[in-house]
Design a protein around this ligand. Sequence first.
Ligand code: ITT
Length: 191
Amino acid sequence: MIVYCATSNPGKLREFQLAAPDFDVRKLPNPDPPPDETGDTFEHNAMEKAVAYGQHVEGYLFADDSGLEVDALNGAPGVQSARYAGEHATDTDNNALLLKNLAGVANRTARFVCVIALVKDGKPVKTFRGSVEGRILDGPRGSGGFGYDPLFFHEPFGCTFGEAPIGDKMLVSHRAQALSAMFSFLRQLPS
Ligand code: ITT
């Protein structure tokens, strides 16, 4: 089955395309302009993106809204994860601000959250959520992954998501869980 996705983030795209070899996951060409992410939940923003981009596609399309929730920062950066250090912030800017805001803070617990929203012919079908626990280190480790991965230490791995092979991240990650739930849902639809 062909399923379209819409994202401007190459790190996400790579993970979308690794998640289900039995699906043909295609990137929507030129998904610009992106919708403003106005909501305060991952569900709201994921569905807003999927509905906006789904207008251009016949059949199924999904979009991902995701981010990092840090307990000592009351869940920040949360839905603002991509723009934590400003509208055009890079991963390096966001990571630097996170470390600054956690300087001297002992409680480093955090989780990644991902919500995938699925639409058909541009109309909402369902959302799927995944999350994974970790803690934020004092500095980056590893050059794999994207975003906050080099700061996110996952205890069962004994390393950060930036150090783990992509295949290992895909066994446990927030995005892998949400994608797996979506592909299971699609597989059980009558053909
Ligand atoms: P699209 O909206 O175009 O898909 P985006 O990067 O703007 O791409 P979001 O608004 O959902 O997407 O922001 C997600 C941010 O959360 C992302 O840019 C990272 O900073 C962070 N993030 C999400 N998942 C992550 C992961 O698996 N590893 C590291 N950081 C992640």
